[in-house]
Design a protein. Structure first.
Ligand code: B16
Ligand code: MG
Length: 220
């Protein structure tokens, strides 16, 4: 296990702070139905933590479809418009259990906090669930050129927090996100099944399992 003097905390969004995967699924499913592609909740698992562009590429590969760039871009827009309709219905009730407890504790200790997400919709989602003010910086899909498992998103977040990469802790639910955190030499905390996120330095099923002692050990 890495020895740390962690002072910066970075949180993924979907699957860590809120479960937007269910809305992504509904929006992708609508497009898949229109295209005659069979798309199940199990298929949606491979879309977690993956950029919108890559998700559509995977969907079209599943359907054996090759399309023009113009058509591709149009479907990207269509999917996002449908997704945003769901996002507009979100409120604080959608924050995953005990996330606020953890954020409040870190805030009380004046710990710099960043969001590090693949989503281009991260900011409006945080606004809807009223968590935007907790974060000193938002690094989202608009800010990066390389997707997780590339460490770019977390390295930018560390830089913007003014904290050395090696002094950052990352909370992630996707395998690619854990790999990105490890590649950035950060402490990785997996949120989800240990057998899937086995590369993480620490693992919890969800935030209800995280206690103050664990957080304080990371800080000190
Ligand atoms: P958008 P995360 C990711 O969020 C989702 O897990 C993934 O399913 C989605 O395709 C990606 O954001 C892009 O989202 O279409 O809103 O730009 O887990 O990195 O917070
Ligand atoms: Mg995620």
């Amino acid at each position: 296990m890495k020895q740390m003097e962690a002072t910066g905390f970075i949180f993924d969004l979907d699957g860590v702070i809120v479960d937007t995967a269910k809305y992504h699924y509904l929006a992708w499913k609508k497009l898949a139905d229109e295209l005659g592609i069979d798309f199940t909740k199990e298929d949606n698992e491979q879309f977690k933590g993956v950029s919108r562009k890559r998700c559509l590429e995977i969907l079209l590969e599943m359907g054996g479809l090759t399309v023009s760039q113009e058509q591709f871009d149009q479907w990207m827009v269509e999917k996002n418009e449908d997704y945003l309709e769901y996002i507009n219905t979100m409120d604080e009730k959608e924050i995953l259990p005990d996330v606020v407890k953890v954020l409040d504790h870190l805030k009380s200790k004046h710990i710099p906090m960043a969001l590090g997400s693949a989503s281009k919709n991260a900011r409006p989602i945080l606004e809807k669930v009223k968590l935007l003010s907790y974060f000193d910086t938002i690094v989202d899909g608009n800010a990066v050129t390389k997707a997780k498992p590339d460490p770019e998103v977390f390295l930018i977040a560390a830089k913007q927090l003014g904290v050395a990469a090696g002094d950052c802790v990352v909370f992630e639910d996707a395998v690619a996100g854990i790999q990105a955190a490890n590649a950035a030499d950060m402490v990785s905390v997996g949120i989800g099944e240990q057998k899937i996120l086995f590369e993480a330095d620490h693992n919890f099923t969800n935030f209800t399992e995280i206690d103050v002692k664990f957080l304080d050990a990371l800080i000190n």
